[in-house]
Design a protein around this ligand. Structure first.
Ligand code: MGD
Ligand code: MGD
Ligand code: SF4
Ligand code: MO
Length: 692
């Protein structure tokens, strides 16, 4: 028997980007393990991915190209050959492109985070074709935009330093579920005497295990940050030297936060004044004592109307107290900005013959239903979906479904499984998994460039995304030599070697070693050097003013809350959030029973007082609804959800729930204050008992 160990990388949309070792016996992957030598993976994968082989060999894997034979959404297909599939797609796209290629839209996100199987050959293809641009906003653009106004780049505290922090604030994140290897570091810090504080409307798995849980109202984080600034300034818990040397606009900030007294802040956040004061003092006093204080802010805070501003405000806090002086102090939202990924080489924007319009993936529901018009451009006539499941994950789902139901829309889906979106495909194509293709990865929670080698041959007739777009390009007569580059050649272009952080990047050696750390300083802003226009942490941001925003930290209320929209709240009094479930990765893994673990069906966590008022008992079926739609879930009556809040851990496949719907039935297409991002956690609903 031939036994090999192949170096691989977890492809999922998770900050941890783990280094994997795949055991292959006679061409069959028999074990998937975490690399014990990788500093953050440390030999541990989460439960979902440690059984990645099971997902790869799953009996429901798509193995052949197929053509739809039933109605759209019905999910009935028949097998066809690759030749017929490529011919059909190429003919259809050619005929649409003949009148306006912008009627063609790619729809993709981070099913794989790989730089090669993500946007490389696919982007080249759509650039050459002249298809509409997709604005990839569904996850992080609000927070990243806000963070950059303050700090200048999506860079911050290195995960490998957090164990030395003395205070860790976990703000809008649930790392036990969604950033496991960060949680390991936080636990180590706790063993070394650190205090952990969670800021989250919901008592998540993580909040439960912190020393303190501050359960604010959803969408009010920007206000809490302003209140903290008020106390820090009022009580002079500042690093005045750091503020003077490395920040911009302190005097204006001081004026701005005057009104953010603890009482005013507490009223907006649904907290007590003491919670605001206590948190500010703990943070400021620890910093004053010279202890590293660190914030792990996650994307949970930025899926609301003022989400960008919330992250911007939080990102200002470390500079006020001089937390950046320590390698273990500061704040981390994402480390992605540290990676000089060479997107120009990978995606070849120069292939575009003329400028094209941009469609926001968050508003796909409306945009698929729009007619041609001078400001919108042509009606969308074809959508090519890959690395994404729009029917399940996009907001205002009923509209998304109606869009994909259009008889005059041509839909192609590249997938591993027959997802909710696959059911609407005209042509459904089998894609390879991470065990079957190669890729190069950056991360958004650590600082290692990562390589993924193919461990096994493709299952059935599955092909890598890159190969599918190569075939389409050839069939459509695209002759630029870039369309013949192999995946190895693409991976070799993943990072820009001219950049000092990746000067040592070499694909051939990365493939052998699996991972290699970027060249970065341990305490990136100890001596200032922010990536903003002024080189300082910008409390006052001229860029924001130029972009039509308030240049100073501010609070923007949610669209939908009792305080901001009392009329709506009369009819729909409960705030709903739908954050990630531990055993799913967005909507990936939902179909794999053995990986789904305890999540047997969709649940809704509801506070006892709210449940009582509605005659709902633990275990009853509940119907959750608003003007956009409804879905059902089994009620769990629990104080984990603060009163007035309901929580539906997500993202379920619609077709696997009893009513064929999920939480996105009730979420809206409204966009955040910056970054054009979704407001999934800015949703008012009513809940009633449903028949079992
Ligand atoms: N197991 C698992 N891991 C995942 C994912 C998954 O689906 N499952 N998804 C991945 C993806 S795509 C992403 S983007 C990342 C990060 O995704 P995030 O959206 O950061 O998800 P979480 O880390 O679960 O943290 C969200 C937390 O924020 C809380 N929250 C909701 N609204 C608010 C609010 O207004 N203010 C505050 N302070 N908290 C709020 C929620 O209750 C939840 O506990 O996780 C990734 N990792
Ligand atoms: N209500 C609510 N909605 C949300 C969120 C929420 O918290 N609440 N979170 C939002 C966030 S943060 C995100 S990032 C989005 C995520 O939305 P998506 O990025 O669409 O994530 P998934 O649902 O995991 O779908 C990814 C799909 O890609 C497929 N895939 C994986 N690898 C490959 C490959 O190599 N090739 C091809 N062709 N396919 C592949 C997988 O099988 C999977 O079906 O959802 C958003 N939607
Ligand atoms: S999903 Fe995250 S924690 Fe799990 S193996 Fe992948 S990178 Fe690691
Ligand atoms: Mo995400």
């Amino acid at each position: 028997m031939l036994i090999e160990q192949v170096r691989a990388t977890c492809p999922h949309d998770c900050p941890d980007t783990c280094a994997m070792l795949i055991t292959v016996e006679d061409g069959v992957a028999t074990a998937v393990k975490g690399d014990p030598d990788h500093p953050t993976t440390a030999g541990v994968l989460c439960t979902k991915v440690s059984r990645y082989a099971e997902r790869t060999y799953h009996p429901e894997r798509l193995l052949f190209p197929m053509r739809r034979v039933g109605a759209k959404g019905e999910g009935k297909f028949e097998r066809i050959s690759w030749e017929e599939a490529i011919d059909t797609i190429a003919a259809k796209l050619t005929s649409i492109a003949a009148h306006d290629p912008q009627a063609i839209l790619p729809y993709s996100y981070a099913g794989t985070m790989g730089l090669v199987q993500g946007e490389s050959m696919s982007a080249r293809f759509f650039n050459q074709l002249g298809a509409s641009n997709l604005d990839r906003t569904i996850c992080a653009t609000a927070g990243i935009t806000g963070y950059k106004y303050s700090i200048g780049a999506a860079m911050g505290t290195d995960i490998e330093q957090f164990q030395d922090a003395k205070l860790i604030i976990i703000w809008g994140g649930n790392p036990i579920a969604s950033n496991l290897h960060f949680w390991t570091r936080a636990q180590e810090a706790k063993r070394r005497g650190a205090r952990l504080i969670a800021i989250d409307p919901y008592r998540s798995l993580t909040a439960e295990k912190c020393h303190q849980h501050i359960a604010l109202l959803p969408g009010t984080d920007a206000a809490l940050a302003l209140g903290l600034m008020h106390v820090l300034i009022a009580e002079n818990l500042l690093d005045n030297d750091y503020v003077a040397r490395h920040t911009l606009g302190f005097e204006a900030l001081k004026e701005r936060v005057k009104e953010w007294t603890p009482a005013h802040t507490a009223a907006i956040c649904g907290l007590t004044s003491n919670e605001v004061i206590g948190l500010a003092r703990e943070y400021g006093q620890a910093a004053r004592r010279g202890e590293p204080v660190a914030i792990r802010v996650n994307y949970g805070v930025q899926r609301v109307a003022g989400g960008g501003m919330a992250v911007r405000n939080i990102a200002c806090l470390p500079a006020l107290v001089g937390a950046w002086r320590h390698a273990a102090g500061g704040v981390q939202l994402s480390t992605s900005g540290a990676f000089p990924a060479d997107r120009v080489a990978l995606q070849r924007p120069d292939l575009k013959k003329s400028p094209v319009r941009t469609i926001n993936m968050t508003t796909i529901g409306d945009d698929l239903l729009r007619a041609a018009s001078p400001d919108f451009g042509p009606k969308v006539e074809a959508v090519i979906v890959y690395n994404a499941n729009p029917l399940a994950i996009a907001p205002d789902s009923d509209k998304v479904m109606r869009g994909f139901l259009r008889e005059d829309l041509f839909t192609v889906v590249l997938e591993h499984f027959q997802t909710d979106s696959a059911d609407y495909a005209d042509i459904l194509l089998p894609a390879t998994t991470q065990l079957e293709h190669i890729d190069a990865h950056l991360a958004y929670g650590h600082l290692y460039m990562m390589a993924n080698n193919a461990a096994i041959s493709p299952m059935g007739e599955a092909k890598p995304n890159t190969e599918i777009f190569r075939l389409l390009a050839a069939r459509m007569g695209f002759t630029d030599p870039c369309f013949s580059e192999t995946d190895d050649q693409l991976a070799a272009k993943a990072f820009d070697k001219r950049h000092p952080r990746a000067i040592h990047f070499d694909w051939e050696s990365l493939k052998r070693t699996g991972w290699q750390k970027l060249v970065v300083a341990d305490a990136p802003f100890a001596d200032g050097g922010f990536f903003t226009p002024s080189g300082k942490c910008e409390f006052y941001s001229a860029s924001m003013l130029a972009d039509g925003l308030d240049p100073l930290p501010a609070y923007i209320a949610p669209y939908e809350s009792a305080a901001s929209n009392p009329e709506l709240a009369k009819r729909f009094p409960l705030a709903m959030i739908s954050p990630p479930a531990r055993n799913f990765l967005n909507s990936t893994f939902v179909n794999i029973k053995s990986l789904r673990g305890v999540d047997g069906e969709p649940y809704l966590d509801i506070h006892p007082a709210d449940a009582d008022a509605r005659g709902i008992h633990h275990g009853d079926m509940a119907r959750i609804f608003n003007e956009r739609g409804s879905f059902v879930a089994r009620a769990r009556v629990t104080e984990k959800a603060r009163q007035g809040l309901v929580v539906g851990l997500s993202i379920w496949w619609k077709k696997l729930s009893s009513d064929g719907k999920n939480a996105n039935q009730v979420t809206s297409q409204r966009l955040t204050d910056m970054g054009r991002a979704p407001t999934f956690y800015d949703t008012l609903v009513e809940v009633e008992k449903a028949p079992s």
